[in-house]
Design a protein around this ligand. Structure first.
Ligand code: FES
Length: 367
């Protein structure tokens, strides 16, 4: 019979200062817990996406992963009730002469309960057919009592033109009609904690940003984004969406996994006052990092200037401006034309070495 191998982890007091301590057996991380006078030792690596269980917290007798809150029993390694089959290795322990010893040769087996992949995680394949144009309106709106929105209006003109004159399929997504959560900064826990599909999307079936992810990643060839200017920047809803799109950009950073290929983005920006160029610059920068291409002259915009406070006249101006309507139509036409060219001539590549703004080898790749 094989000899038991015991490793001296250190004096007991070291592991009684906090409820959970991270330690290692060689290169294998373990999570040591202390509660109600007993120790427990399980693997320090979560079954979900490798989160550090030894940096988590205790909920009763369960270790809660600090990344996305999966739970494992601190002594047996079993998943929480209902997920018992999802287990991480558990280790035998012994207390001897004031020291904590762990047996290293017979941890229980890790078992990952198969979880069906989120539908968004499916392979990205362009369905054959006419050019598909998604319009994303980011203006805030009381859906029950809608007001006239200049950016919405011009987006509608562009989509109508794409559908009626250019023969495209179109889809309008109004962020104000979707219930979706703020990004909760998984990236700031670890780049690997920010997942595709988005961690929130995977955990919260009621979160409706799925519609935007579906459109951007799987459905659309062209994305037209409209925003008002609020205090010199795009709308709050635009930023709420952009933060949640970090998971698309993060795939490029950590996996060289470019989800957006051969797709085109263009923008419609309106505001009563100024900073059109600042807003356009921010949007161009962000969408370029997602992997989008831009047509020549990738945005149209209108503002009445710094001193303008007569917003009702701004609305009137946009409503009656044939030039702005024509500008919206031509923006759609340029974007659709570029999309057709890209789909016809640009080869579909699987990898973009060192794509994204971090065009250098990252520490995280060496971990
Ligand atoms: S819950 Fe542990 S890595 Fe996601």
């Amino acid at each position: 019979m094989a000899q038991a191998n015991w490793l001296d982890l250190g004096p007991l007091e070291e592991f009684q200062k906090t409820e959970i301590t991270e330690a290692a057996i060689g290169r294998t991380k373990i999570a040591i817990s202390w509660r109600s006078g007993t120790f427990g030792v399980v693997s320090g690596t979560c079954n979900h996406a490798g989160g550090p269980l030894g940096k988590g917290r205790l909920d009763g007798d369960y270790v809660v992963c600090p990344w996305h809150n999966w739970k494992f029993h601190r002594c047996t390694g079993a998943g929480e009730p209902g997920f018992e089959d999802d287990r991480v290795p558990a280790y035998e322990l012994r207390v001897e002469k004031g020291r904590l010893l762990v047996r290293t040769d017979n941890p229980t087996a890790r078992h990952k309960k198969p979880h069906p992949p989120h539908p968004l995680a499916r392979r990205i394949e362009r369905r054959p057919g006419v050019t598909r144009v998604a319009g994303i309106s980011t203006t805030n709106m009381d859906e029950a009592n809608p007001r006239y929105s200049t950016s919405d209006f011009l987006l509608g003109v562009a989509l109508d033109h794409a559908r009626e004159a250019l023969g495209c399929e179109t889809k309008l997504i109004r962020l104000s009609a979707l219930k979706f959560r703020n990004c909760e900064g998984y990236y700031s826990k670890s780049a690997n904690a920010c997942t595709w599909p988005c961690s929130i999307t995977q955990m919260d079936a009621a979160d409706e940003l799925t519609e935007v992810y579906e459109a951007l990643v799987h459905w659309a060839d062209v994305v037209l984004v409209s925003t008002p200017i609020r205090w010199g920047v795009a709308s709050a809803l635009y930023f709420k969406m952009a933060e949640r799109l970090n998971c698309i950009q993060n795939q490029i950073t950590i996996r060289d996994n470019v989800l957006i290929r051969r797709k085109v983005a263009a923008f419609l920006i309106t505001g009563g006052q100024d900073n059109v160029q600042g807003v356009a610059g921010e949007m161009l920068c962000f969408f370029s990092e997602l992997g989008f291409h831009f047509p020549q002259f990738p945005y149209i915009a209108h503002s009445r200037g710094w001193s303008a406070e007569d917003m009702e006249r701004n609305v009137e101006h946009v409503m009656n401006s044939g030039e702005l309507r024509e500008g919206a139509r031509q923006l759609a036409a340029r974007a659709v034309e570029l999309s057709k060219n890209l789909l016809a001539t640009a080869p579909m590549v699987e990898h973009t070495p060192r794509g994204g703004r971090k065009a250098f080898r990252l520490e995280i790749e060496r971990e």
